[in-house]
Design a protein around this ligand. Structure first.
Ligand code: GTP
Length: 358
């Protein structure tokens, strides 16, 4: 059965999420959507979608379903799926989750990822983040959540471009590029900003055999970090603030490559170890892996200490067969990540060699 695409729409308070969503939902392409508004605690949200929503799902004028969910989303998504199955709500093709502006997106993505039954029905199509063209820079300065939101985005939309000056928008673009070099970045009102483009641009389908790897990974936009062979793990370097950029964002975005096939177990151990020791510093990881003994590339991606189930693509791009892992981290040393990967990969290779020798 085809999985239902799930788009997470986030962005700081007042950044224009609801305005964007209202615009998107008016377009016929998105008429068959279910919208979940994820509320937390006492934060007062009073816009039209919330007003339209009661405890359970409400059908909006355009046929979209809307409901407000307090706390964890996974239960609501499962229930929505079964309601659709039992025809208790109109059929919907996709789900858009709008989070509250104060939300750290990582726990939301964890919630979505950590329920295997939910992953049977849904797939994460992408994370869209609205950044306020006028106040975005200030929000990035003051609020860690705003930086984290930008870091996990697949697509960033700069809003309120009618209010901001060209200089403000250009400076914001540059800063967002530093935080998240691989995200699609555009401003509302731009040509490539229509509803379908926004939803399609980020589509990562774990079952898709046709994923455009280059477009998805954009490895060339990240700073390249070399693995120093045979150096091993340094005792001192784990959590460093070397990655602080000139805005003080404490965010590092880098790419690590390996040009020989890797033992899958060694790589997994390395990633597990990184997730265990410094999971909260790992904001986003994506990778295409050349696995020893396999002809086809494997895709992995994760947020903090959670990884989406890995999947295998149909084939390598014509001009590229190399492992590439991109990381967006917070207060974490890039070299430490590279050496940890190398250490566990080498250990796995040595173990296999010893087993073969015996
Ligand atoms: N001029 C202008 N105003 C905008 C734009 N986008 C949003 N706004 C206004 O900014 C305010 C906040 O927009 P919302 O869409 O409610 O923002 P939000 O991110 O959903 O806000 P919360 O859900 O409260 O976090 C509203 O008054 C909007 O009318 C824009 O592109 N231009």
């Amino acid at each position: 059965m085809e999985k239902i695409p799930l788009t997470v729409l986030t962005g700081f308070l007042g950044s224009g999420k609801t305005t964007l969503l209202n615009g998107l939902l008016k377009t016929p392409a998105l008429a068959d959507s279910a919208v979940l508004i994820n509320e937390f605690g006492e934060i007062a949200l009073d816009h039209y979608l919330i007003e339209a929503a009661t405890d359970s799902a409400v059908v909006l004028d355009n046929g979209c379903i809307c409901c407000t969910v307090r706390g964890a989303l996974s239960g609501a998504l499962r229930s929505l799926f079964w309601q659709r199955n039992d025809k208790k709500v109109p059929y919907f093709k996709r789900v858009i989750i709008e989070t509250t502006g104060l939300a750290d997106p990582a726990p939301i993505l964890h919630d979505l990822l950590s329920h295997p039954t939910m992953l049977q029905h849904y797939r994460l199509a992408g994370v869209i983040v609205c950044v306020d063209g006028l106040f975005g820079a200030e929000q990035l300065d003051r609020h860690t959540e705003a930086v984290k939101q930008a870091a996990v985005a697949d697509r960033i939309l700069i809003t309120k471009t009618d209010l901001a000056t060209t200089n403000q928008i250009d400076a914001l673009r540059t800063r967002l590029r530093e935080i998240n070099p691989g995200a699609d970045l555009s401003r509302t009102g731009e040509e490539n900003c229509d509803a379908q483009a926004i939803l399609d641009a980020v589509a990562y389908d774990s079952l898709s055999k046709t994923l455009d790897v280059q477009q998805w990974l954009k490895a060339e936009t990240y700073r390249r970090v070399q693995v120093r062979r045979g150096v091993g793990l340094s005792k001192k370097a784990m959590l460093l603030t070397e990655e602080i950029n000139r805005h003080g964002d404490h965010i590092g975005a880098f790419c690590i490559t390996f040009n020989e096939p890797l033992p899958w177990n060694g790589l997994l151990l390395a990633l597990e170890m990184l997730a265990m020791v410094c999971g909260e510093h790992l904001l986003r990881i994506k990778g295409i892996i050349d696995v020893e003994g396999e002809d086809k590339p494997r895709v992995i991606h994760g947020v903090q200490h959670m990884f989406f189930p890995s999947s295998t693509l149909a084939r390598w791009p014509d001009d590229w067969r190399e492992t590439k892992l991109v990381f967006i981290v917070r207060d974490m040393d890039a070299e430490f990540v590279a050496q940890t990967l190398d250490h566990f990969i080498e250990a796995a290779k040595n173990k296999t060699q010893q087993e073969m020798a015996n």
